[in-house]
Design a protein around this ligand. Structure first.
Ligand code: NAG
Ligand code: NAG
Length: 326
C-alpha cells in the first residue's frame, strides 16, 4: 500500500518533528539521568546533614527544571502570559493549582523562576514513584511528598515532608493539584453528580477540590514555619480557539512555535498564611472550596475573552483580573 500523495507532506512533517523532538530531548534526558544518579548518592548524606543535602538537591533539581523550561519557552516558543498578584521573591508558600494537563508544571515553574524558587519546588506526587530506581530515590532525597492520598496512611510521609519548612526552616514551594486528577470530560461529569449528591455548588472548568491534604498542610505549616503564604494559581490554555486544550508532553518538546497554535496562561493570587492559621478544619475546607468557585468564575471569564478574540493578558474593564506583566 502506498500513502496517498496528498498526505505525504504531512507525514514527512510529522517524521521531522519527531526527529527534532528526539534531538532536543536526548541531552535533557541525559541530564535527568545524571541528576537522579547524583541525588541517589546524596541519600546517605541527607541523613547526616539534611539541610545541606536539601540545598544541593534543590540546586540539581533547579538545573533540570530550568532545562525543560528552556525547551518549552526558548526552543519551542511557548509564550506564557501571567495575570493577578505579583509574587514576592524567595518566599516560601503552599501552592494550590487546578489541573488541566501533564504540562501544567511549565506554567507553575514559570512563576517559580521569577520568584527565584524553581529549585525549591516540591510537588505532591504518587507514592508508587518511590520504587522507580534512581528517579524515585532522587524524589525522596529532594523531599518530594510521595503520597497515596489515603490520609490515614500518609501521615508519616507528611510528617517527614513538613519537617523541612517547620523544623529546618527550608525555603519551599509545596505544590498540590487539589483536584488530585486532571480535568477531563468524564471526571467533570462525575464531579457534577458528586456535587449534586452532596449539595455543593457546581464548578465549571474545574473538578471539586479535595480538602484533606490542604487542611493538614495549613494545620502543620500555618504558624511557626518558613511558609508565609498560600498561592492560588489558575492555569488555562486554548488551542486554535478551543478552550482548555493543552498540547501533550511530546508536542511541547518536539513542536516549534507552540504559541502560533496555543495560548498558555497562569493567574496568581497570594494570601498571607497567617489569615488561615487559626481556622478550624471546616473553615479551611470551605476556604479552599470558595477559592475553587472563584477559579471557576475566572476560567469562565477567560473563555468569554477567548470567544471575543481578546488577549488573556489584557485587563478587562468589568473584571478584577489584573494584569501586571506577561
Ligand atoms: C542552605 O541554603 C540556605 C539558603 O540558600 C542558606 O541560608 C543555608 O546556609 C544553606 N545551608 C547549608 C547547610 O548549606
Ligand atoms: C517559527 O516562527 C518563526 C517566526 O514566526 C519563523 O521564522 C520560523 O520559520 C518558524 N519555524 C518553524 C519551524 O515553523
Amino acid at each position: 500500500m502506498t500513502t496517498p500523495a496528498l498526505l505525504q507532506p504531512f507525514l514527512w512533517r510529522t517524521a521531522l518533528t519527531n526527529l527534532r523532538g528526539l534531538g532536543i530531548l536526548t541531552p535533557w534526558l541525559l541530564q535527568l539521568l545524571a541528576t537522579d544518579l547524583l541525588l541517589s548518592l546524596l541519600l546517605p548524606w541527607s541523613l547526616l546533614a539534611p539541610t545541606s543535602a536539601y540545598n544541593i538537591s534543590s540546586w540539581l533539581a533547579g538545573l533540570v527544571w530550568r532545562g525543560i523550561q528552556f525547551i518549552f519557552t526558548s526552543v519551542n516558543g511557548a509564550r506564557i502570559t501571567v495575570s493577578g498578584d505579583q509574587l514576592p521573591q524567595h518566599e516560601s508558600a503552599v501552592v494550590v493549582c487546578n489541573h488541566v494537563s501533564w504540562i501544567d508544571f511549565y506554567l507553575i515553574q514559570h512563576l517559580a523562576v521569577r520568584s527565584f524558587m524553581l529549585g525549591r519546588c516540591r510537588y505532591f506526587a504518587k507514592q508508587q514513584l518511590r520504587w522507580v530506581p534512581f528517579l524515585g530515590w532522587g524524589l525522596w532525597v529532594m523531599g518530594m511528598p510521595l503520597i497515596s492520598r489515603r490520609w490515614d496512611k500518609d501521615q508519616r510521609e507528611l510528617d517527614r515532608v513538613f519537617r523541612g519548612p517547620k523544623v529546618y526552616r527550608w525555603p519551599m514551594w509545596l505544590i498540590s493539584y487539589s483536584e488530585a486528577t486532571r480535568y477531563t470530560a468524564q471526571k467533570y461529569l462525575e464531579t457534577v453528580q458528586w456535587c449534586k449528591a452532596h449539595g455543593k455548588p457546581i464548578p465549571r472548568y474545574t473538578l471539586y477540590p479535595r480538602t484533606k491534604g490542604f487542611v493538614a498542610t495549613i494545620k502543620a505549616l500555618g504558624s511557626d514555619s518558613s511558609v508565609k503564604a498560600v498561592y492560588d494559581l489558575t492555569v488555562a490554555y486554548a488551542h486554535n480557539g478551543r478552550f482548555l486544550e493543552a498540547p501533550d508532553m511530546w508536542q511541547t518538546i518536539s513542536q516549534p512555535n507552540l504559541s502560533e497554535e496555543w495560548r498558555f496562561h497562569v493567574h496568581a493570587q497570594r494570601f498571607d498564611i497567617e489569615e488561615l492559621a487559626g481556622r478550624s478544619d471546616e473553615e479551611l475546607a470551605s476556604w479552599l472550596e470558595e477559592r475553587w468557585m472563584a477559579k471557576s468564575a475566572l476560567l469562565q471569564e477567560l473563555k468569554k475573552k477567548l470567544e471575543d478574540g481578546q488577549d488573556w493578558s489584557q485587563r478587562s474593564k468589568s473584571s478584577n483580573v489584573e494584569v501586571l506583566s506577561t
